[in-house]
Design a protein around this ligand. Structure first.
Ligand code: ZN
Length: 321
């Protein structure tokens, strides 16, 4: 029988938060690749760049470490074996590509950490392997809606093979992110029991200051994950910054785990047009993030449309708490 926790279970979050007041998550990957000229107008999103321009992905990871990120979230958000096979890869190639996302981030981290001048006053960064939601595989924006019409078991079956692949590639934690619905979080929590050596953070998208995208009350979702030993942190990503402080306060009452937030820049994503609308609030993102720390979040970074500059500002105040 598999035990619920083992002494070998990695928890890079605790090892940083035991020594530092805050943990700096990195910023956007996909939109940052676009900003650097990559064409991501494709259902495979950053997986396409993994295939064609992996060195740019490694450079983005390096740039986030340089400005102070304590972790890199890998380019596997939309890369699933099912999705890649649908796009013409065979299963072996799909597995290799997903593993490459982890290896690139590890390479960037090791290169960064091998320079002793980079090690001053900060913890060794870790690699969080992105596990995007089922909605990201659908590539129709349903990671901001939910309502997949799938059972918990079907969702477990969807997530199993990529999780296994990411773990085998050396992921130090899984970043189960942009989750729109409680059933998917519960499916992930259950699936984690099959992988006792790894932990995973679970991060939802929210539609307002109280509810996750599909409509469940965020605090209730947090409570349902509270007793799970393999989930060391819970939070919100890819959501407008304007809701974040409220959501953190709600979560604080429901959990003793560290709360993580990495909102987007405040624009809204139109999946049909593969485009962003609205006014960015980028100029003050890093400063707004200070309020999230005050509200109780201990892991803070940025999602879509945030940049290394935003993360530099966050790391600037986060290290001085
Ligand atoms: Zn995002």
């Amino acid at each position: 029988m598999m035990s619920e926790t083992t002494s070998q279970t990695m928890n890079p979050i605790a090892s940083i938060l035991n020594r530092y007041p805050a943990l700096v998550i990195d910023g956007a990957l996909a939109t940052e690749l676009e900003r650097r000229g990559c064409d991501l107008k494709d259902e495979l999103w950053s997986a396409k760049i993994l295939l064609e321009q992996p060195e740019i992905i490694k450079q983005v990871h390096l740039d986030y470490f340089k400005v102070g990120a304590d972790c890199a979230i890998t380019a596997s958000y939309q890369a699933t074996i099912q999705g890649l096979v649908k796009h013409g890869l065979n299963e072996k190639e799909a597995i290799a590509l997903i593993q490459k996302s982890v290896k690139l981030a590890i390479e960037a981290r090791d290169e960064f950490w091998s320079d002793s001048s980079n090690r001053v006053g900060r913890p060794k960064p870790f690699v969080a392997a992105s596990v995007g939601p089922y909605g990201a595989f659908l590539a129709d924006g349903s990671e901001y809606r939910g309502n997949y019409g799938l059972t918990e078991k079907e969702l477990m079956n969807f997530h199993r093979s990529r999780m296994k692949t990411l773990i085998e590639a050396g992921a130090e934690i899984l970043a189960c992110e942009t989750i729109p619905c409680l059933i998917e979080a519960l499916a992930i929590a259950k699936l984690l029991k099959e992988f006792p050596s790894i932990t995973a953070w679970v991060s939802f998208t929210a539609r307002d200051e109280k509810h996750i995208s599909e409509g469940q009350v965020f605090a209730d979702c947090v409570k349902q994950l509270e007793d799970h030993p393999h989930i060391p942190a819970i939070g919100i990503n890819c959501t407008s910054p304007k809701y974040i402080s409220f959501l953190i306060r709600k979560a604080k009452k429901a959990t003793n785990k560290p709360i993580l937030v990495y909102p987007n820049s405040g624009e809204t994503y139109n999946a049909m047009k593969n485009d962003w609308n609205g006014d960015p609030v980028l100029d003050s993102f890093g400063e707004q993030a200070r309020k999230w720390y005050t509200a109780g979040a201990r892991m803070i970074g940025g999602c879509c449309r945030t940049t290394p500059e935003d993360i530099r500002v966050i790391a600037g105040w986060a290290r001085r708490q």
